[in-house]
Design a protein. Structure first.
Length: 171
């Protein structure tokens, strides 16, 4: 997962700002929850430090930061986007591992010397493990790192428990 903010921080036209200190697609690999919290805390401290007092004659509607009881204007990108403060939830994750137990049982029955009947029974996701998905990587989203759906295959591995019976006649 790549935790990010939808702002163009350098004015080049790409509205994807990743947290400093978390490498690209590093959350869940080289960076854990504590690393992301530290990166967000450092980012928020930087935004607060770069905020300025309300200039004379400026609209106070855009100056939304309150630091030590004083309203301040947050820093802006070259495209005049406001750097938002990030609030992480108590619990979040970088995704869910696909877990499934699939079993196949085949019984071969010889009918004649050249004809054979195979009875096949298969079970997909035998233990009916909920494989979660829909994790948002946007740090501005209220559901960052929270699963919003289940893997929903019509039939086969990963979806809800399913059984399949088949017969094959070989000659």
């Amino acid at each position: 997962m790549n935790p990010s903010i939808a702002i163009d921080s350098d004015g080049e036209g790409t509205s994807l700002f990743t947290m400093p200190g978390v490498v690209w697609n590093g959350f869940g690999r080289s960076a854990g929850v504590a690393d992301l919290r530290a990166a967000v805390d450092a980012y928020n401290a930087d935004v607060r430090a770069r905020s300025i007092p309300i200039p004379a004659g400026a609209s106070t509607a855009v100056c939304t930061l309150v630091i030590d009881g004083q309203r301040r204007c947050p820093p802006r990108t070259p495209r005049n986007q406001v750097y938002p403060l990030i609030t992480l939830g108590e619990r979040f994750a970088n995704g869910d591992t696909l877990m499934t137990t699939d079993v196949r049982l085949t019984r071969n029955i010889p009918l004649t010397e050249k004809v054979r009947l195979s009875l096949i029974g298969e079970a997909f996701n035998l233990f009916n493990i909920a494989n979660l998905g829909g994790f948002s990587s946007s740090l501005q989203s209220t559901n960052f790192g929270i699963p919003t759906n289940r893997l929903n295959q019509v039939f086969g591995s990963g979806g809800p428990r399913a059984f399949q019976l088949a017969a094959r006649l070989s000659f």
